[in-house]
Ligand binder design. Structure first.
Ligand code: SF4
Ligand code: SF4
Length: 459
């Protein structure tokens, strides 16, 4: 198995003796963008010195900026079913929690999508618990179709990433045919003894089957996969190295690693006592592992959800986060219920409750370009084609123009007066920074076309 526990433990043990000089040598290599070894990553994880931490954060931020520019991609989750046959210790949807479960009908999905579209979203992550009877693959395929076919004025969902349980090659083929963006699956923890403890008596309890899900997804033709660890279950240092080894395995076997990595941190959930988890991750450790992951896998998108507070998200943006959710609800039918002032069982507790407009204002104030871009997969830039563009440093030549065009769409269709002013000023400033004259002219022209009513222009 490619997650060799003894190997990871030995790396971590050896790294315990790392001196300040050893750490500095790795930081210097990171700054020169020389590939880092597993040993180097293990050494970086030992960094405690304030000055060295600052240097590490700076390098992580610069790496993100040099590859993707200053765009931040926005998305929202859509929970369609909370039926679940598993009993994951940390989750509010676990089988043992008794509450009225539901799965949305096609009409209910369309209602949710319309609300999300009114918020300006173009990219969703579809989420469902695991239940082969109440939530079979055909239901998911129909849900995807319901989302893609729901249009509301200028609102349309252009990319659906799907986060459903590990499944078979045949089912992954079906998801591919349904035109999903990224297939997302969190390993939760790479540490097998912890994995077994967290997933008692359940389908999900099969560590190997879960771990090899991306291999089957890739066999089924899906080439963008999104990984994640639920930080707080096992030693976070072990998890970072687990992520690295998993990524390398996919690169070696399928030619492309993770498209994204999500960073959920264990939060309070219905029926979960946080005191039972000895590895809860402090804010300082969390910042460190986000920055180290950015340095270790420079070309992979890093996703931060609304589990984290506005302050934490603000800070982590500086260290390499490239995608944010906004205005999220983490319950089935939650968008409609929120409109109606109701509130039900959530999968976990959220910390950032701001609307997309509020999040966008802050991003713009901090000189980030909020982006609703979904261009790559619609242009066939997926898998290794995407990675080679990212690795050659070319991706920001499309990221920035697409961010500016989608921001203008948002301003026209959903922005208030204040956002409009802030956004327009940022767009003009960013247009001036585009070096290639032909690209600058094209984007300037497209921005005018969007102002005159055209939509969905992208490179
Ligand atoms: Fe079910 Fe997923 Fe929650 Fe586990 S984490 S109980 S599989 S919804
Ligand atoms: Fe993402 Fe591609 Fe759009 Fe850049 S151009 S934001 S990588 S979809």
């Amino acid at each position: 198995m490619f997650i060799d526990h003894e190997y990871i433990e030995s790396l971590l043990n050896e790294a315990k003796n790392a001196t300040k000089e050893d750490i500095q040598a790795v930081l210097n290599r990171a700054e020169e963008r020389k590939g880092l070894s597993h040993k180097d990553i293990a050494i970086l994880l030992q960094t405690e010195d304030e000055e060295q931490l600052k240097e590490m954060y700076k390098i992580a931020g610069e790496i993100k900026k040099s590859i993707y520019g200053n765009r931040i991609v926005m998305f929202a989750p859509l929970y369609v079913s909370d039926y679940c046959v598993n009993n994951c210790v940390y989750c509010g949807y676990k089988k043992n929690n008794k509450f009225a479960r539901r799965r949305l009908t096609r009409e209910e999905i369309q209602q949710e999508v319309k609300i999300l579209e009114k918020m300006g979203h173009k990219r969703l992550a579809l989420e469902a618990g695991e239940d082969p009877e109440n939530c079979p693959i055909d239901y998911i395929l129909d849900a995807i179709d319901a989302v893609y076919s729901t249009q509301n004025d200028n609102g349309i969902i252009r990319r659906i990433n799907v986060n459903i349980a590990a499944t078979t090659v045949e089912n992954y083929k079906k998801l591919k045919e349904a035109k999903i963006g990224t297939y997302i699956l969190f390993q939760e923890t790479y540490h097998k003894p912890t994995y077994n403890k967290m997933h008692p008596n359940s389908i999900k309890g099969d560590y190997e089957y879960h771990l090899t899900a991306f291999d089957r997804a890739m066999e089924g033709g899906i080439d963008d996969v999104g990984a994640g660890v639920l930080f707080g279950l096992a030693d976070p240092k072990f998890e970072v190295l687990g992520l690295m080894l998993h990524n390398e395995h996919l690169e070696e076997k399928h030619g492309v690693g993770f498209h994204t990595i999500s960073f959920p941190r264990l939060k309070k959930a219905e029926g979960t006592d946080l005191k039972a988890f000895p590895h809860l991750v402090s804010d300082d450790m969390f910042k460190k592992i986000v920055a180290i992951t950015r340095i270790a896998v420079p070309f992979t998108g890093i996703i931060m959800s609304t589990r984290e507070s506005a302050e934490m998200r603000r800070e982590l943006l500086k260290y390499g986060v490239s995608q944010l959710s906004a205005g999220s609800s983490v319950e089935v039918g939650g968008y409609k219920e929120r409109e109606e002032g109701k509130n039900d069982v959530e999968q976990f507790e959220m910390a950032d409750h701001r609307t997309p407009i509020e999040v966008l204002k802050e991003l713009i104030d901090s000189q980030y370009i909020p982006s609703y871009c979904t261009a790559c997969y619609r242009k066939g830039r997926t898998g290794d084609r995407f990675m080679s563009l990212a690795k050659s440093g070319q991706i920001q030549n499309v990221c920035t123009p697409n961010a500016l065009m989608t921001l203008m769409e948002f301003l026209m269709d959903y922005g208030d007066e204040e956002l409009h002013q802030k956004g327009e000023a940022l767009i003009q400033e960013e247009l001036r920074k585009i070096k290639r004259e032909d690209v600058r002219n094209l984007v300037t022209n497209n921005i005018e076309r969007i102002k005159s009513g055209e939509r969905d222009l992208y490179l």
